[in-house]
Design a protein around this ligand. Sequence first.
Ligand code: RP5
Length: 161
Amino acid sequence: MQTRVGIIMGSQSDWPTMREAAAILDELQVPYEARIVSAHRTPDRLWDYGKTAVERGLQVIIAGAGGAAHLPGMMASKTRVPVIGVPVQTKALSGVDSLYSILQMPKGYPVATMAIGAAGAANAGLMAAGILAINDPDLAQRLDAWREALSASIPEEPSDD
Ligand code: RP5
């Protein structure tokens, strides 16, 4: 199956967060690839990834980074493939640094920025699936079922257990 989603991250240390996005895509049977692409440590890799994203058939890129988190914004500057940004939680500033770095893009190069950390990464997977589902009725059905199951799992009353 054609890989339609690229999950990229600035470091191996981002993977425990970014694998939350991968887990959602696995559940929804969306083919993806996961790569370490650092804006600072491997700028040429970033450049090549962005340059070839369209021709390789990528339709959404999920980009996670922490600290001076330039990866999502730089990727958005290099490709028109929609970029979903995930601010990775940092030790020094709890990910607020990552959030602001990813969020405050200048006009013209949008990054759809998620919440800090694991919830943001999972939501990035869901957002990517939602975008692809626009033109994929089978995926739309799986996503609807996923959402219904989540809703059904929420009890009406709180428990002491
Ligand atoms: C960023 O620096 C990465 O995205 C990561 O979140 C952070 C720390 O990277 P490591 O020092 O753990 O490799 O580029």
